[in-house]
Design a binder for this molecule. Structure first.
Ligand code: ZN
Length: 108
């Protein structure tokens, strides 16, 4: 009989893994849990969303298991507003530049 170092359950001698919890019985620790994916980090997602990818970052939000559905909906709504504002700002800047150009043209 072998005694599991993790859960204490006894397993018959030929076994190399605990029948209760799957812990290897030769004393080596179980392989570490896979690291949380860095691109699911909430701050990274927010950064991508508002500074890099814009609305194209939304799939990151929706795939992220750490965000609740309410947060996902709120972020999506915020992104839509943000995108509309950005487009409006771009349009206004373009118009302002065009006005300057027209003024310069008519001045000469
Ligand atoms: Zn065990």
């Amino acid at each position: 009989m072998k005694c599991c170092p993790l859960c204490g359950a006894t397993t018959h001698e030929p076994a190399t893994f605990c029948s209760q919890c799957g812990q290897p019985l030769d004393g080596t620790p179980r392989p570490a849990q896979p690291k949380p994916r860095w691109y699911y980090n909430v701050w990274f997602v927010l950064f991508m969303l508002f500074f890099v990818a814009g609305p194209f970052g939304l799939p990151l939000v929706w795939k992220n298991p750490r965000l609740s559905r309410g947060v996902k909906l709120a972020l999506t709504a915020a992104m839509v507003v943000y995108t509309v504002l950005l487009i409006d700002l771009t349009r206004r800047m373009f118009q302002a530049v065009m006005n300057e150009v027209n003024q310069l043209n008519s001045a000469w």
